[in-house]
Design a protein around this ligand. Structure first.
Ligand code: ADP
Ligand code: FBP
Length: 304
């Protein structure tokens, strides 16, 4: 089974504003609400690709109730833990001349809530995949990703981590199956600016040397780079298309990678599916569907 953990899920409120002006009253031209959060997005795209997963994490308050309703409506299996204080955050994603995001803080998560999460993690078995994705709310120990990996170290579980800065660096010694920083996040870790795929390769290598088995670096419209545990260095341009909503493109890429890997146990296939799924999400209002991914792949054979 695949399990995803999202410590701080969200309702993503995606609004379009014509020529947003700071310090003035602006009005939306479009508005939609989707359930969000990195692990949740991975679960939703896996579902679209025909793969079941269980979404773990925390939710609270009236926004938490709506969040649960929305993901259950999509047929996602959930074992979310309801917390008592505070509400599931609303993350505002504004599309105007530029894209801006304001991500909220989320509810209060107590040590007793974290204890319940560990009891849920006890059900993981050898051969399962665990996706740990997204930021850790301020109320939780920053070591939680490391702690979970340490807790599960005696089981043969492939762990995927999609996080930033120290959250990511600190898990490397636990040899995650896959990490997926974007080029900006990778550059931030090593104090450099990485603009091209060739520039990314040596820094992805450093992550591998520090312990990651496979390193997938997403680069939005510039495509992606994958360094595999069997020594391959794969690069791809991104498929061309009109970006409609890039929120969740990175998470979609992770889901696509897992889909391709499970299908053929082949890293090139995983990479191709990752890139196509990320781009298919960027080119549509909602997250990628299987049909969108397949169409994009068919039309972009030359890239892979
Ligand atoms: N503008 C774009 N054009 C084509 N593909 C895109 C675009 N933005 C994202 N993608 C696809 O989605 C993947 C992940 O996007 P990226 O923005 O790098 O992730 P994140 O959301 O984690 O920052 C990219 O590697 C690419 O395949
Ligand atoms: O946990 P974080 O880092 O605050 O990110 C949460 C946000 O990331 C998303 O999961 C989107 O992630 P990506 O665009 O990086 O794939 C949103 O749905 C959510 O609002």
């Amino acid at each position: 089974m695949i399990y995803t953990v999202t410590f701080n899920p969200s309702l993503d409120y995606i609004i379009g504003v014509d020529h947003f002006k700071l310090g003035q009253v602006n009005r939306t031209k479009s508005e939609v609400i989707f359930p969000g959060g990195k692990g949740i997005n991975v679960s939703m795209v896996l579902k679209n690709m025909g793969i079941d997963s269980v979404a773990l994490g925390f939710c609270g308050g009236f926004t938490g109730e709506e969040f649960v309703r929305l993901i259950q409506e999509k047929g996602i299996k959930t074992e979310l833990i309801k917390v008592k204080e505070g509400i599931t955050r609303i993350n505002v994603k504004m599309k105007s001349d530029e894209e801006s995001e304001i991500n909220g803080q989320g509810p209060n998560i107590l040590p007793s809530d974290i204890e319940i999460l560990y009891r849920k993690l006890d059900q993981l078995k050898d051969g399962d995949i665990l996706v740990l994705a997204g930021s850790i709310p301020d109320v939780m120990p920053k070591s939680i990703y490391m702690d979970i990996m340490e807790y599960l170290k005696d089981k043969k579980i492939d762990i995927v981590v999609d996080a930033t800065k120290n959250l990511l660096v600190n898990v490397l010694e636990h040899k995650p199956f896959l990490v997926k920083p974007n080029n900006h996040e990778l550059g931030e870790i090593y104090g450099v600016e990485l603009k091209t795929r060739d520039e990314v390769v040596p820094y992805a290598k450093k992550m591998q040397e520090a312990g990651a088995r496979n390193v997938l670096v997403s680069m939005a419209g510039e495509g992606a780079v994958l360094l595999t545990e069997d020594g391959q260095v794969l690069q791809s341009e991104a498929p061309k298309g009109t970006v409609v909503n890039s929120v969740g493109a990175g998470d979609s890429m992770v889901a696509g990678f897992i889909t391709g890997y499970l299908d053929k146990k082949d890293y090139k296939e995983a990479f191709t599916m990752g890139v196509c799924t990320g781009s298919a999400s960027a080119f549509s209002v909602e997250l990628a569907t299987k049909a969108e991914v397949e169409a994009l792949r068919k039309n972009n054979q030359h890239l892979f």
